[in-house]
Design a protein around this ligand. Structure first.
Ligand code: AMP
Ligand code: FE
Ligand code: FE
Ligand code: ZN
Length: 290
């Protein structure tokens, strides 16, 4: 990992998952996949963990890509699940680390409870889920989905999510996650740049109310991930106007999960101008240049 060229190159895909959360590929494999798609700057953003950073940085730079350290922090607005992408924060920040540990341990207990409930009606055990989960990975419904597929109880993750794992199925259990205001505060305090992931999906987790968005902006929210397949066109138009009004960062990314989701590497990208703004603003860690 040298730093010969202190300048990134586009295209940039700033939202990628590996086996350290619910992606199906190692960080090195995910970096290879995005590189093959033409990406030249990549951020690894596993849910609630930085465990893949070292491997991701090494793989990215050896392919000639710039690596941005990132994470997708779980948060909530009342019942709504909110994901906050965090870039260039200090991975050793005490408060943020304590919070991610709390979330990950809550996710583990919650996954066990979901599996216990499913196991009363179907042939599924906790061991089946452990077999689908990488060492030290942030466990989630995607791992339960993989176990259901292995057991022949669903065709793929998508079918598991719309059936047995759906919030309406009777097996669903929520997990602890911080209020989104606290999530933004923690990321900012750790020197990071918070960007709301897929901020305007359809359905249950639809866009947060405008007064809350304004509160988050006042707390140091960096911007919105507007280029993402789950955003609705109307929501994108609304948030584009909010971003312009407050001079916020807007990003686009694939949210690649390997074979775990249909999202293709590089299917949305972030402009060079916006990547430069993220790099200028993040003070907790540094991009790794090839
Ligand atoms: P959890 O955080 O454990 O409730 O699970 C939500 C995660 O599952 C998100 O990070 C998504 O990436 C993933 N997910 C949601 N819906 C689907 C789907 N239909 N197929 C595959 N993965 C999904
Ligand atoms: Fe995910
Ligand atoms: Fe997400
Ligand atoms: Zn994601």
């Amino acid at each position: 990992m040298s730093s010969a060229r202190q300048r990134f190159e586009g295209p940039s895909d700033l939202h990628l998952h590996s086996v350290f959360s619910d992606g199906t590929e190692s960080p090195a494999e995910a970096m290879l996949a995005v590189h093959r798609a033409g990406v030249r700057t990549a951020a690894l953003t596993d849910h609630d963990t930085t465990a893949g950073w070292a491997e991701g940085a090494e793989a990215a730079t050896s392919l000639g890509m710039t690596f941005l350290p990132g994470m997708e922090l779980s948060a909530t607005d009342r019942w709504r699940s909110v994901h906050v992408l965090a870039y260039l924060f200090d991975p050793d920040d005490r408060a943020l680390r304590a919070e991610t540990e709390r979330i990950r341990s809550a996710r583990l207990g919650r996954a066990e409870r979901i599996v216990a409930a499913i196991g009363r009606d179907y042939d599924l055990s906790w061991d089946d889920v452990v077999a689908e989960t990488g060492d030290g990975a942030t466990v989630g419904r995607p791992h339960i989905a993989d176990a259901l597929v292995t057991r022949g109880l669903a065709r793929d993750r998508g079918e598991a999510f719309s059936g047995i794992l759906a919030p309406t199925s009777g097996y669903y259990v929520p997990h602890y996650a911080p209020d989104v205001r606290d999530a933004v505060r923690l990321i900012v305090a750790a020197g990071g740049v918070p960007v709301i992931a897929h901020p305007t999906p359809a359905g249950r987790d639809r866009m947060m109310p405008m007064p809350l968005l304004r509160e988050l902006i006042a707390l140091g929210l960096g911007g919105f991930e507007l280029g993402h397949r789950e955003n609705t066109p109307e929501g994108i138009a609304t948030l584009r106007a909010v971003a312009a009004e407050h001079d916020l960062i807007v990003t686009g990314s694939s949210d690649y999960h390997g074979r775990g989701k249909p999202n293709m590497p590089g299917e949305h990208t972030t402009s060079d101008e916006m990547v430069a703004r993220i790099i200028a603003r993040g003070t907790g860690s540094a991009p790794v240049y090839p």
